[in-house]
Design a protein around this ligand. Structure first.
Ligand SMILES: [Zn+2]
Length: 469
């Protein structure tokens, strides 16, 4: 089975071939840490986590390095701190922690390296010096600008024409531009702004140079995959390509550029005034992180996604079904204790529709349909058929970062220790009533639990409970 990925640069789906089969390398643009993570930010985190898991599985004998940066110096950070009066270091530390909480709740693996921009100023300065030396950049009164006309094939990623590029770059104000499309590599800082000494005076880097310098440091000047949201294609990724290729003309920078589609919320562009601006933290008060993850994976990553709370409710119901299937698998394992070994698990999983879907440019909706069918087969299976089916089902779900907890934990989620003690006491009273042949009392207790949304299951090993759904 070969992995096919859509490359924004070639505008086609192509077979993925790493530059070095012993070391597969991916860079994804991380957050600018000044605000809460919203559900739009969460989409690329989950998508590239699925890709990372797939690369680790496909190249299990190789090293897979996933780098996702933290942008902790940026004008948005400076502006936010000035508005709120919070110290910049406190703001970036606090929002970085919130970001880590959100990624963990969404079931994302940690990247191998998570470089912070402020720890790599020296690398950025060194790269800017190379660009000046090669006449791709120029200094003007403490600013350093990249000279867009110095790169004849600038614009090949976004395919924009010159007028569109200038319109897109207009936000960056500088009176020193020789050409309206030129962009900032370095800018001076006032005394109250974060700044570092440089050959051009005390200042700070532009956003684009951060990613060029950090990806080179950890992955080298040529690596396999560069990812992010479609909103980063221009100008951010276009400018990263310009900087990295002009600094290292004999290198190829990233081979495959992958971009996830836009996210809408409740049918509209997400905005604070429309009430459809959902932060991950708010959503986690209402829904399990795993349901948010599944809701994000139910649409193909390249398509626009309309995120709705109804969609998360559907995802929760879908997970209830998956966990019912998992429970059947777990019960079977408890009885038989003859789980298949890893090798055959992988074989079974890879031969399924599930594997085909995922290898076809991360077709997660098709992979989830295959998982639905597997869950149905398991729920309807006869004892003795569950071993192989169950192992493949769990391996596939785990491949998407789903079903990573025991079913018991899922079904009892949101139930406090006190509530669990109460429920278990009622179950004991019901057993006592049955033992005393007081079936009216036993039924009354069962009804009381049902009214609380608790489903009882009487089995050979006693009575177990779960939240209904
Ligand atoms: Zn970036």
């Amino acid at each position: 089975m070969t992995l096919q990925l859509h490359n924004t640069l070639t505008r086609s789906k192509q077979r993925f071939l790493p530059l070095d089969r012993a070391h597969v390398r991916m860079y994804v643009c991380g957050p600018t840490v000044y605000d809460e993570v919203h559900i739009g930010n969460a989409r690329p985190l989950v998508i590239f986590d699925v890709l990372y898991r797939l690369l680790r599985r496909s190249y299990r004998d190789a090293q897979v390095t996933y780098v996702r940066n933290i942008t902790d110096v940026d004008d948005k950070i400076i502006d936010r701190a000035a508005e709120s009066g919070e110290a910049i270091d406190d703001l970036t530390a606090r929002t970085t922690e919130r970001f880590h909480d959100a990624t963990a709740a969404l079931g994302c693996l940690e990247p191998d390296v998570e470089p912070r921009a402020t720890d790599h100023i020296a690398e950025m300065i060194a790269m800017i010096e190379i660009l000046i030396e090669k006449e791709h950049a120029y200094e003007a009164e403490g600013e350093v600008l990249f000279s867009v006309p110095s790169m004849p094939d600038y614009g090949k990623l976004s395919g924009r024409n010159r007028d569109e590029m200038i319109a897109g770059a207009r936000v960056e104000v500088s009176s020193h531009k020789r050409d309206p499309a030129d962009f900032i590599l370095w800018k001076p800082s006032t005394d109250d702004q974060p700044g570092w000494d440089s050959p051009w005076g005390r200042g700070r880097p532009g956003w684009h140079i951060e990613c060029s310098a950090m990806s080179e440091k950890y992955l080298g000047p040529a690596f396999d995959i560069h990812g992010g949201g479609v909103d980063l294609v221009f100008p951010h990724h276009e400018n990263e390509i310009a900087q990295s290729l002009c600094a290292h003309p004999d290198q190829s920078f990233a081979q495959v550029w992958m971009h996830n589609g836009y996210l809408m919320s409740e049918g509209e562009k997400m905005s604070k005034s429309l009430g459809n601006f959902y932060t991950v933290t708010e959503l986690l008060d209402e829904f399990p992180g795993e349901a948010l993850r599944l809701a994000l994976l139910a649409t193909h990553y390249r398509q626009p996604l309309d995120f709705t709370k109804d969609g998360v409710r559907e995802a929760t119901a879908r997970l209830n079904r998956y966990y019912l299937a998992l429970k059947a698998v777990e019960d079977n394992e408890d009885n038989e204790a003859d789980a298949e070994d890893d090798e055959s698990t992988a074989k079974v999983a890879e031969e399924t529709e599930f594997g085909d879907a995922l290898y076809d440019d991360l077709n997660t909706p098709a992979a989830l349909s295959a998982l639905d069918q597997q869950a149905t087969r398991i729920i309807n299976a006869k004892p003795g058929e569950l071993g192989v089916l169950g192992e493949a089902f769990r391996a596939n779900a785990n491949q998407l970062g789903l079903l990573t907890e025991p079913s018991d934990q899922w079904f009892k989620r949101g139930t406090s220790d006190d509530e669990q003690t109460q429920i278990e006491a009622l179950i004991q009273q019901r057993m006592d009533a049955r033992a005393a042949k007081d079936f009216a009392e036993a039924d009354r207790i069962r009804d009381e639990l049902v009214a609380k949304g608790i489903v009882l299951e009487d089995g050979a090993g006693g009575t177990t409970w779960r939240r209904g759904g």
